[in-house]
Design a protein around this ligand. Sequence first.
Ligand code: BTN
Length: 324
Amino acid sequence: MSVRETVLQALKDSKGQWVSGEALSEVLGVSRTTVWKQVRKLVSDGYEIESSSKKGYRLRVPADLLSPQEVLEGLSTQQFGQNHYFYYQELDSTNNRARELAAEGYPEGTVVAAEMQTAGRGRRGRDWYSPNQEGIYVSVILRPLLPLKEISRVSLLTAVAVAETLATDLNLHPLIKWPNDILINNRKIAGILSEVVTDMDSIEYIVVGIGLNINNFPPDFPHDFRTPATSVQAECQRPLPRVQILQNLLFNLENHYQKLLQGRFGDTLEKAKNLSMVIGREVKIDTLNGFLTGQAVDIDDHGFLLVRDQSGTIHTVMSGEISL
Ligand code: BTN
């Protein structure tokens, strides 16, 4: 362990009690000035540490930072985040950073997380509201050896992983608005931006970016006529630890991704259908070829939405924006 990590661990172990600078310097075998410098660094990294010339140092609240120190301990994935976990206090967009890393050759399972984004991106050129330490803003690099047409499956499995994290671990009742918005009581709680770079007709890499509203206070959300927003805190009526939610999310995402690679997408598809808020409903979809109106009847094996129009013709929709 580095001096920084040992200081942090000692502060955590003291569970909110004061630890004297002298005791820390003796245990670590470093000067009190070194301890003080490490504490200052921890404070600038976002840890809330009180200092008193008489009593020493005290970690005020359990840290809920998405730093590798917090997230990797207790992360039970096999691969996702284990070897390459990039963490930033501030980024323009985790997807942008993940794309750069993917272009540099970083492998599948590389994770990029940030405490805030200054230019968080949503689908269709929209912004993603990303205030400091309130949400989870994370991107994962995937390099599946799959034909290009399978990309929709990846978006859908990500939506299932997010919904499962909210349902199983937090007892919430999220639904998926195809292709990959996650809503609770008609309010959006999470969004997914999958960006693919292709090599002829195969996938070179996919960056899957997930934005999850955790400890936001809904009146703070920028006004959006299309979909009002909510957060985990608003739904559960209490603040929740982002670290644990991110750990569960990465675990669920890896699990569904592994199923896809092992040819077991059927399980995930079944869950996506059960969680769907559009199947059986009248929808209006803004597609690349214009608007389509009809009844959403199913999601096919590729993750495409099947819509029956008034004349009874079934349309296969690969991507689009649904209004209900
Ligand atoms: C949407 O619903 O429009 C998609 C929102 C995706 C937001 C996430 S936050 C992490 C990652 N980085 C980004 O810039 N966007 C995605």
